[in-house]
Design a protein around this ligand. Structure first.
Ligand SMILES: [Zn+2]
Length: 129
């Protein structure tokens, strides 16, 4: 039982895309995933600033609006970037909406999505950094 679970874990590790750390060659999928994860990180930090600012405004002092308003604007901007700023490295078309379908919370290119819908390039094709 333990052995078979280990085998499954190994298979999963092999399939997962490495998006952090040094790597000689990366695929288009890795590149898109990295961009999407960075934007998602920024979005969550901005959301935290906004929430902290609003809580501070309500509980402590109106000066916390100086944290809440930029947090909200940054959150809004990161949302727009996730929709319009994720581009195919091959043809430059907007892939933001394609990356959001099927819905998921992992912020990576879904395994089921294999090709760019505009130019047809394979997302598993290796490109340089
Ligand atoms: Zn393309």
């Amino acid at each position: 039982m333990v052995m078979s679970r280990g085998w499954i874990f190994q298979q999963k590790q092999k399939r997962s895309t490495q998006t952090f750390g040094p790597r000689m060659m990366m695929t288009i999928r890795d590149k898109l995933t990295r961009r999407q994860r960075r934007l998602a990180c920024g979005m969550f930090i901005a959301l935290l600033c906004f929430v902290a600012g609003m809580c501070g405004t309500a509980a402590l002092s109106p000066w916390f609006l100086a944290l809440a308003i930029p947090g909200f604007l940054a959150f809004f901007s990161f949302n727009l970037l996730m929709m319009f700023g994720v581009r195919c490295p091959s043809c430059g078309e907007n892939l933001g909406f394609a990356m959001m379908w099927p819905p998921q919370l992992t912020f990576k290119v879904p395994r089921k999505v294999r090709f760019c819908q505009f130019c047809g390039v394979n997302f598993d094709k290796e490109i340089g950094n």
